[in-house]
Ligand binder design. Sequence first.
Ligand SMILES: Nc1ncnc2c1ncn2[C@@H]1O[C@H](COP(=O)(O)OP(=O)(O)O)[C@@H](O)[C@H]1O
Ligand SMILES: [Mg+2]
Length: 281
Amino acid sequence: MIQVSNLSFSYTRQPFISDMSFFVSSGEIFGFLGPSGAGKSTLQKVLIGMLTAYQGSAMVNGIECRHRTRRFYEDIGVDFEFSTMYEKLTAKENLQFFSSLYEKKTRPIDELLEMVGLEHDGDKRVADYSKGMKSRLNFIKALLHDPLLLCLDEPTSGLDPTNSRMMKNMILAERAKGKTILLTTHNMQDAAELCDRVAFIVNGKICALDSPHNLIMSKGAATVTYTWIDNGEHSASCPIDRLSDDEQLKRLIANNCLQSIHSSEPNLNDIFMDITGRTLL
Ligand SMILES: Nc1ncnc2c1ncn2[C@@H]1O[C@H](COP(=O)(O)OP(=O)(O)O)[C@@H](O)[C@H]1O
Ligand SMILES: [Mg+2]
């Protein structure tokens, strides 16, 4: 669905995206994970044909992005980081207007509003919407024309846990329908939960690219920590792939003396810090 080769882009003389190459397969949720200012939104803007003065190649759905025509947008849905609605119009009026821009038949507006719990707010002006309501409205705007590729820029940012869960379920439902999803985020949990593969982006460069599972495993084995009581509480740790060498643990198991045992895996944030030397905020 997406093939990027040696892509570079700059707003000024300073490079913002430098020499990126990657691909995204159809039906994949692909994440751009990186701190604020890393270049994630800029990259997304190249891929949706908004920034065309780039070097290298960015092919989306078989079309070089700088040569996009109107047809390009029939198959791409974009949920921008910030609300792109007309504030003086109601939600329904906005969705009707954006529907009218597509050649293909669009999805029923009432159904989309209901999907995100806005069925009773369709006739309210967007100016009177809360931030979370705007996020949900922005998201269904991207779904209006049932696109093959969904580009979502920080879709869960500013949402409460319930709405964030709803949004994530809808993203997974789109993938189940065979859609490709490009997810831009600085939220490590979202990336780990949703993405088939993630690219770590820092200072306009991809520092790592793999499935969240492989990235986490690259740090090495998880650690098992166990406790027991023997004249007071004791605890010890051992890498999970060396458990059979741990004589003390074997003895405690044989005598049913363990009080607790748990394993702790590194999370994607630990890996991100390891690889990039930076946190995600
Ligand atoms: N229109 C613009 N003109 C000049 N610089 C910009 C513009 N948009 C973004 N930038 C700069 O490009 C860098 C990357 O921004 P952005 O892609 O929005 O990062 P992210 O989405 O990862 O937070 C930042 O340093 C930002 O200040
Ligand atoms: Mg951004």
